[in-house]
Design a protein around this ligand. Structure first.
Ligand code: FAD
Length: 499
């Protein structure tokens, strides 16, 4: 409530915010979480909380009147659909050279992501977070994150015959035929539930084109794991539909200004809360935008000049191939990916490509891939005093190293299979999905803009605890690393900063 005073305020309820909320509560602290998006717990008139990808409505996108799918054409024809403007679960935030997809709601990105829960190979960890002790991450914090996220693995025997994974088997066969290594990828989606979907003994979710607009069943998103455990302590409140705009020193703590919004995105009330300690967990983009704004407008003028720098897209690039007629991908596809092509050891262009579903409801013979690559380019967020917004200087051309690395996998596969890239999905005659990112990382890098545990220098009691700490690349899908790093950092913060 307006004028309230709380000991700890957490901005955002994604991975970083959820870990912080649980660990602080278990340490006996009272915690208030504020979240910009909705609490996705009430079914709509169709009896479901979320809509699917084949018939999107207002619940799909954050304040748009048209969907903005990553695949925006099909057979050359524009593919997006009209929707009503609503605080939907998936945001595609447009910057000048890239649009960045993010989850909006209690649970953040866990509501919309593919659930792929990948721990990077330890040999690459030094390149991901050079200031962090790898041994303790792999002995303690990665296992802790995996257990609390409820990560599980597909039954490999079932996988070999399940109709819904024909696309993954075709992706594997064509990759292996060119000598590439494929690997099963763990997930937070409950694979026992998925078996029931395939057998038609439970309502379908992953097998009903549900993922980027939310899963009605099966997925262990954060609201079912970390956040549920946090709330069960009795010490955590989560307030949705509140957007934090200002954080500035006040007395011995900070005053935090936030706008309460309705489902049209309009402000219905502005509130000021005082907090002794504030955790920024608004995600790479959300936290970076907040911090560069506070620095530029004089709310937190002494934030380091490095705040806003070091942003990368995890080397994301998408591409599709058209298979031969004897290599179908299936009309029924699970929206939960379970396999990747691991070419990170290729020093000429490291890449890890997830074999993605393309749930069109009919046979397309298309293999779709989201490649994570080693792209050296890094961008900077800056406050724009004219618009009052925040710009990001990433340029689409900076994705060329990612395309080059992906081609090292898919050119040989096409050559061997006598197949071609599809050019009808990312625009009219466009091969590469190189204008968007699913994996924003960085903007407030650990041990550069913060100390080695996320403390902001010069402002005791201010912390960063989300993907903005990671400098641009995790070599695989990022949320397990974001979670494990948050576990490591909060343990140090609880031990040293609370008496
Ligand atoms: P987030 O999860 O983004 O949480 C930040 C939260 O803060 C959000 O809920 C946001 O609404 C809220 N917020 C922002 N600004 C404010 C504000 N001013 N006031 C209040 N609240 C605010 N990663 C994987 O590892 N595996 C996958 O399979 C995978 N698939 C993906 C698929 C899609 C479509 C997308 C979009 C992402 C995917 N990711 C995947 C990426 C993963 O979801 C993110 O890396 C992760 O969610 C980032 O965690 P975070 O804690 O940094 O922030």
């Amino acid at each position: 409530a307006d004028g309230a005073s709380v000991p700890i305020l957490i901005i955002g309820s994604g991975y970083g915010g959820a870990v912080a909320a649980l660990r602080l509560a278990l340490a006996g602290q009272q915690v208030a979480v504020v979240e910009k998006g909705m609490s996705w717990s009430t079914p709509g008139s169709d009896g479901k909380v979320f809509c699917n990808m084949l018939s999107p409505d207002g619940r799909s996108f954050w304040l748009r009147t048209m969907t903005d799918q990553p695949i925006n054409h099909f057979l050359g024809v524009p593919y997006n659909k009209s929707i009503s403007r609503y605080t939907g679960v998936l945001d595609s935030e447009q910057f000048s050279g890239i649009r960045i997809y993010q989850g909006r709601g209690v649970g953040g990105g866990s509501l919309v992501n593919g659930g792929m829960a990948v721990t990077p190979k330890q040999q690459y960890f030094g390149s991901i977070l050079p200031s962090v002790d790898a041994a303790s991450m792999y002995s303690t914090y990665y296992p802790r994150a995996n257990a609390n996220l409820k990560v599980n693995n597909v039954d490999q025997t079932w996988f070999e015959s399940a109709d819904c994974y024909q696309f993954a088997r075709t992706g594997r066969r064509t990759a292996q035929a060119s000598g590439f290594t494929t690997t099963f990828v763990p997930n937070v989606y409950d694979f026992n539930y998925m078996k029931q979907e395939q057998a038609n003994t439970a309502p379908r979710s992953a097998l009903n084109a549900e993922v980027i607009y939310g899963n009605n069943y099966g997925k262990n998103s954060l609201d079912k794991t970390y956040l549920a455990a946090a709330v069960a302590t009795g010490k955590v409140t989560i307030t949705p539909q509140h957007v934090v705009t200002t954080v500035k020193p006040s007395g011995s703590g900070y005053s935090v200004v936030m706008n309460q919004i309705d489902t049209n995105g309009s402000t219905v009330a502005t509130k000021t809360v005082t907090a002794q300690k504030v955790f920024f967990a608004a995600g790479s983009v959300g936290t970076s935008k907040l911090l560069v704004t506070q620095r530029a407008t004089g709310a937190l003028p002494n934030l380091p000049a490095s705040v806003g720098t070091g942003w990368g897209n995890n080397g994301n690039v998408m591409v599709a191939r058209q298979n031969q007629a004897w290599d179908p991908t299936g009309s029924l596809q699970s929206c939960i990916p379970v396999m990747g092509i691991d070419n990170w050891a290729d020093t000429g262009g490291p890449a890890f490509a997830e074999i993605s579903p393309f749930p069109a409801g009919l046979e397309t013979f298309a293999s779709l891939y989201l490649a994570i690559t080693k792209n050296p380019n890094r961008a900077t967020f800056s406050y724009n005093s004219t618009s009052g917004g925040v710009d990001l200087n990433w340029q689409q051309a900076w994705n060329q190293p990612s395309i080059d690395a992906a081609k090292r996998i898919f050119d040989p596969i096409n050559a061997k299979q006598w197949t071609i890239y599809r050019t009808d999905l990312f625009g009219e005659y466009k091969t590469w999905g190189d204008d968007f990112a699913y994996h924003p990382l960085g903007g407030c890098v650990l041990n550069v803009s913060t100390d080695n545990y996320g403390r902001l220098p010069g402002y005791p009691g201010l912390y960063v605890i989300d993907g903005s700490l990671i400098p641009g690349c995790t070599t695989v899908n990022p949320f397990v690393t974001i979670t494990a790093l948050a576990e490591r950092n909060i343990e140090n913060i609880v031990a040293n900063d609370f008496h």
